[in-house]
Design a binder for this molecule. Sequence first.
Ligand SMILES: CC(C)(COP(=O)(O)OP(=O)(O)OC[C@H]1O[C@@H](n2cnc3c(N)ncnc32)[C@H](O)[C@@H]1OP(=O)(O)O)[C@@H](O)C(=O)NCCC(=O)NCCS
Length: 168
Amino acid sequence: MTANTDLLALRPYRLDDADRLTMLVNDPDVTATTSSIPFPYARSDAEAFLSQVRNESGRKISRAITMDGELVGAIGLGPRADDNEEIGYWIGKAYWGKGIASWAVGAFIALLDEMEVSGPIHAQTMQGNEASRRVLEKNGFVYVRDGACTTPARDCVTAPSHCFVLER
Ligand SMILES: CC(C)(COP(=O)(O)OP(=O)(O)OC[C@H]1O[C@@H](n2cnc3c(N)ncnc32)[C@H](O)[C@@H]1OP(=O)(O)O)[C@@H](O)C(=O)NCCC(=O)NCCS
């Protein structure tokens, strides 16, 4: 059963998402707390991302988050270096504080259930990213330990993080 609502939905990416992705992601407030997105973020970065996610299979699952049919964010799951599955997400800054990430994480987990993707889901937030921590905790993730992560948007400097897991 899909968890989409009249207003909010998760959908596969389309090639014509490139402009919207570029506009929303090319924002230091969005990229600075992610572990994989560079800043500045050019249209060519969006095109490379779209070509990658539109061809992916197996353990990588990516969805656009839409509100009223318009792309407002992104969410995905994929294997990390230690082979655990990690979730990641961002919401365009103009749309923060509306409950979208909280909804999207829950809907994405429901989608994984539907796709029969089982096993624990890991997550990592930079220390101080209280909004992301809250989003995870509201969706049943539990803090497990402190860690460290790097972000290309901040010259890959190592920053302290909090590690979470959702057992399922
Ligand atoms: C983190 C992020 C995804 C949150 O998206 P969002 O749609 O604004 O989140 P929501 O509105 O669903 O929920 C935010 C929650 O955090 C809380 N929150 C926000 N800022 C907070 C702060 N400074 N301290 C404590 N809680 C805070 C909100 O009150 C809300 O909790 P509530 O529903 O209990 O009131 C968004 O800020 C973002 O994209 N940031 C940049 C990218 C990023 O950090 N991604 C996550 C990487 S781990």
